[in-house]
Design a protein around this ligand. Structure first.
Ligand SMILES: NC(=O)c1ccc[n+]([C@@H]2O[C@H](COP(=O)([O-])OP(=O)(O)OC[C@H]3O[C@@H](n4cnc5c(N)ncnc54)[C@H](O)[C@@H]3O)[C@@H](O)[C@H]2O)c1
Length: 240
């Protein structure tokens, strides 16, 4: 399966031990990339990719991740900023700790991940960044003021970075998944899940692999070489 031009490209995926991140790691390995991923606990048992225990909210740890990956695998070509959390609540009950945790992880975590890597991509004049945003960041969602703000912020970050990075031959894009079957969505009560599925024209939640392929496409120096600053909706036509 080697046709996206990702063979031997070094790619770092944050939060690659489970869910969407694990599917991305596993697919990129099949596509011949040299993959490193970060995790907070429990490494990805399905892969031989380089796993590094690191918290995206810690800038020093993320700087160490970048140098470890470069030392062990070589110059980083691709970054997938995937790590993310939810702390849902309706606004009157949304505590400042839940606001801070979500913004720190989902938005500042992207800054911390990219900060040590982007200047080197500019020097090498190649690179592709893909950020995992969300349908919530595009249209908002009940109980997700914090999460939607972080995911909309990620879109603004990527669009601005794309403008700055273009002159260096570096691209930056986002995917905006709809509802995907992972631990994150397992917490949704069955009755609410049924209501959501009824609103999705494809009549089902997506699978992690169905996000991994669009991510691989956006990383690819062949398949998406003229795409930057884009937000790819991957949501079964949910509210599109
Ligand atoms: N599941 C969905 O329906 C859905 C929809 C849209 C967007 N997303 C986004 O996709 C991404 C992956 O979500 P998922 O559904 O696979 O969830 P998940 O909870 O299964 O995985 C989240 C991953 O992020 C990592 N992570 C969380 N906080 C971290 C931190 N501080 N430092 C390092 N890693 C951390 C976790 O270890 C885990 O690997 C997230 O950004 C999420 O917001 C998910």
């Amino acid at each position: 399966m080697k046709y996206l031009g990702l063979e031997d490209k070094v790619v770092l995926v944050t939060g690659g031990n489970r869910g969407i991140g694990a599917a991305i790691v596993n697919l990129l390995c099949q596509l011949g990339a040299q993959v490193a991923y970060t995790y907070r606990k429990d490494a990805n048992a399905e892969t031989t990719a380089l796993g590094i225990l690191a918290d995206v909210t810690d800038p020093a740890a993320m700087a160490e991740v970048a140098s470890k990956v470069e030392h062990k695998l070589g110059p980083i070509y691709g970054v997938v900023a995937n790590a993310g959390i939810t702390r849902d609540n309706l606004f009157p009950k949304l505590g400042i700790d839940d606001w801070d945790a979500v913004i720190e992880t989902n938005l500042k975590g992207i800054y911390n991940t990219l900060k040590p890597i982007i200047p080197k991509m500019y020097e090498r004049r190649e690179g592709s960044v893909v950020c995992v945003s969300s349908i919530s960041g595009e249209r908002g969602n009940l109980g997700q003021v914090n999460y939607a703000a972080s995911k909309a912020g990620a879109i603004g970050l990527i669009k601005s970075l794309a403008l700055e990075a273009a002159r260096y031959g570096v691209r930056a894009n986002a995917v905006a998944p709809g509802f995907i079957e992972t631990d994150m969505t397992q917490a949704i009560p069955e009755k609410i899940k049924e209501k959501i599925v009824a609103e999705i024209p494809l009549r089902r939640f997506g699978k992690p692999q169905e996000i991994a392929w669009p991510v691989a496409y956006l990383l690819s120096p062949i398949a998406s070489s003229y795409i930057t600053g884009a937000v790819l909706k991957v949501n079964g036509a949910h509210h599109t």
